[in-house]
Design a protein around this ligand. Structure first.
Ligand SMILES: Cc1ncc(COP(=O)(O)O)c(C=O)c1O
Length: 416
């Protein structure tokens, strides 16, 4: 193979330039490399192939739409039918009053949109001091400008010089700490609290019972916008379209991406409540001077519509919640292994096996070594800072979940 010119995201290219894994095809919960080796996709790619691979309904919808209208801008007064239909459909199922939908190309886009919208909203409302953003430790909100500044995963945040000011992080599990932070900053200076229903890339931390409900209530009381970052948790991953339904909370904004198309096309966006959209949609209007070239891309939206049809028809919207205990039960025995600190999960079809601090300090490459050992056994898991994560497609069965657990168990044994 000629030397690669492809600079991979989040990769040490000095290593990856000499050893990469070329995925060639995919079907259901499995992918194959160019040598024909089969792998169980224990991560649904990057937490997103919710409907499973190779779904002809989505593939054909993409083809049909591309043949009809390949691409056209939606800036200003341009629109297209798939964008209109998908916005209507996403709004109809959102636990948000008078929902409007602002589209972009992915999750990071959605975060930038949500921060700018939150700040602009307060400026238009006559509260220009409300600019501060609070996030949680472990929160991952993409890698764009605001998202990098707000990151709750320290290595994603540091090493870039000065970032956007006006944000702080609080412990992931304490409403008291959130309240104290509002007091410290002055609630009247806080625009929004961003929160993943289950912290994903930061290590898979399900919320303590009552946390989201109390955090949402606190935000309401303080006049702070409650923003659910449902980029991972939406579209069935933890149950419900946006993953917040099971907690009975009603966010002001919801960011979504990934599972909205099961990743078949790049798409993300923000669900916006009527209270926030009002100044922009009523009276003389107010132009939100923000937007991405591919916002409302007809082919991406067609994929979203076909994916929503499929998730609905096959009962996959509730599937993450139905399977959460199966996944946790399969992985929990791994907690007895001396290299494992703990197994986290139980809220949605995502979990993490956290390696012990002793192993991590003795063998800093342990996560990568485990990932590779498990891969040798034909299963893909996702490396996090000190854990491997599991988040298979929602169509996964119990047998496959047990195969994932067995491979991790054998992988741990191979570490020594
Ligand atoms: C919770 C959350 N928000 C935002 C993002 C950023 O999404 P994207 O990678 O599509 O920019 C991610 C990506 O994993 C995510 O997990």
């Amino acid at each position: 193979m000629p030397e690669t010119r492809f600079w991979h995201p989040f990769a040490n290219m000095a290593e990856v330039r000499n050893s990469s894994l070329t995925i060639a095809r995919a079907e259901g919960c499995y992918v194959w490399d160019t040598d024909g080796n089969r792998y169980l996709d224990g991560t649904a790619s990057l937490w997103y192939v919710n409907a499973g691979h190779g779904r002809t309904e989505i593939i054909e919808a993409i083809h049909r739409q591309a043949a009809m209208l390949d691409a056209y801008s939606t800036f200003g007064d341009y629109t297209n039918e798939p964008a209109e239909q998908l916005a209507a459909r996403l709004a109809a199922v959102a636990p948000v009053k008078e929902a409007k939908v602002f589209f972009g190309s992915g999750g990071g886009d959605a975060i930038e949109t949500a921060v700018k919208l939150a700040r602009r909203h307060f400026i238009v409302e006559g509260a220009p001091d409300r600019v501060h953003i609070v996030t949680r430790v472990g929160g991952y909100h993409g890698t764009h400008g605001f998202g990098t500044s707000m990151a709750g995963i320290e290595p994603n945040h540091s090493g870039f010089g000065p970032l956007v000011p006006g944000h702080s992080t609080v412990p992931w599990d304490s409403v008291e700490a959130l309240a104290a932070e509002f007091d410290r900053v002055g609630a009247e200076r806080v625009a929004a609290f961003f929160c993943e229903p289950v912290v994903g890339a930061g290590g898979v931390y399900p919320p303590p019972p009552g946390y989201l409900e109390s955090a949402a209530a606190l935000c309401k009381e303080a006049g702070v916008l409650f923003v659910a970052d449902s980029v991972i948790c939406g579209f069935g991953r933890i149950g419900g379209w946006y993953g917040v339904e099971r907690f009975g909370v009603e966010p002001d904004l919801i960011t979504f991406a990934k599972g909205v198309t099961s990743g078949y096309q790049p798409l993300g966006g923000v669900i916006v409540s009527g209270d926030v959209s009002r100044h922009f949609w009523e009276g003389d209007g107010e132009v939100f001077r923000h937007g991405a070239t591919y916002a409302g891309h007809p082919v991406c939206c067609a994929a979203g519509l076909a994916n929503m049809d499929l998730l609905e028809r096959e009962g996959l919207v509730g599937r993450g919640q139905e399977m959460e205990q199966v996944l946790l039960d399969a992985l929990l025995p791994l907690a007895d292994h001396h290299f494992v600190k703990e197994v986290r999960g139980g809220v949605g079809l995502l979990a993490a096996v956290e390696l012990s601090p002793a192993l991590m300090s003795e063998r800093p490459s342990a996560v990568r070594d485990l990932q590779l050992a498990v891969r040798e056994l034909g299963v893909l898991v996702r490396p996090l800072a000190s854990a491997v994560a599991v988040s298979p497609p929602l169509v996964v069965g119990q047998e496959e979940i047990e195969a994932i657990s067995l491979a991790i168990s054998k992988g741990l044994a191979s570490l020594g």
